[in-house]
Design a protein around this ligand. Structure first.
Ligand SMILES: C[S@@+](CC[C@H](N)C(=O)[O-])C[C@H]1O[C@@H](n2cnc3c(N)ncnc32)[C@H](O)[C@@H]1O
Length: 246
């Protein structure tokens, strides 16, 4: 973790961070972020104790990303196109870098059952809380969060997998203020992978025997671990590199 995080009463101990009694105490201690229940729904949330920015929570049912999750819209998404169509009834996708679960939610809305892996304990706790609040929904039924852990080492459920998805951190320039803020907070929580880590992640992903592997990259970034994809789906700011069968 690059920045110190305060854990307020009501946040799970497993999320780590320094216990703090109040937001004001976190601010006085100069903590970069604070984790605790916020808002009417008391959702586990993350925010900057010294700024006015809105708390960040994982919201599978609505929020900013809600509009992208309508089933008829998801098929236009480049990520969904990159994943292709399931064959022979094999449709499960493994998201090895789940983060805030936005891409996982998109894949699940498109019909793929998605298994999520996240190694950063604060993000894992936010995902678990988001899933708990979405319990009973069709979307949540397609999302399975594994225990917190490193993708290259974690014991994974047996295949077969239709796809493996990777979206590791990469220095990027966001344009909208909202993107910037979420990215900034992710950067506070997560380190950028070095070459050895990128190679380990790619090796793990390729060893799973999935039909496709999709890697999200900023549009102009080199491919993950320098390994050229089979083809790419390019957008204005990001591209999805497709490898497969892997
Ligand atoms: C850019 S974010 C992913 C954002 C995500 N695609 C979304 O839609 O919210 C990258 C995430 O992957 C996680 N991560 C990176 N490498 C990992 C690894 N080797 N094992 C597990 N998690 C990893 C980081 O902790 C971070 O939360």
């Amino acid at each position: 973790m690059n920045g110190r995080v305060g854990r307020l009463p009501g946040a799970p101990v497993a999320a780590g961070g320094e216990p703090v009694a109040t937001v004001e105490a976190a601010r006085q201690r100069g903590l970069a972020l604070v984790l605790g229940p916020a808002g009417d729904d008391r959702a586990l949330s993350l925010w900057d104790p010294a700024a006015r920015a809105l708390p960040l929570k994982v919201d599978f049912m609505g929020g900013r990303q809600g509009y992208r999750l309508a089933a008829e819209r998801t098929r236009h998404e480049r990520l969904v196109k990159a994943l292709g169509k399931p064959q022979d009834g094999v449709d499960r996708v493994l998201d090895l870098t789940a983060g805030l679960g936005r891409d996982a939610a998109l894949m699940a809305a498109a019909g793929f059952p998605v298994t999520l892996v996240e190694r950063q304990p604060v993000l894992h706790a936010l995902l678990a809380d988001g899933l708990a609040r979405a319990a009973g929904s069709e979307l949540a039924a397609r999302l399975t969060l594994l225990p917190v852990g490193e993708a290259a080492e974690l014991t994974l459920p047996a295949g077969p997998w239709h796809g493996v998805y990777l979206d590791p951190m990469f220095p990027a320039r966001g344009k909208s203020a909202a993107v910037k803020q979420d990215l900034q907070w992710l950067q506070t929580l997560c380190a950028y992978p070095d070459a050895a880590e990128e190679a380990a992640l790619l090796a793990r992903a390729r060893g799973l025997g999935a039909r496709r592997m999709v890697v999200k990259r900023p549009r102009k970034a080199p491919p993950l671990a320098g390994v050229a994809p089979h083809h790419s789906h390019e957008g204005k700011t990001v591209r999805f590199d497709v490898y497969g069968p892997v």
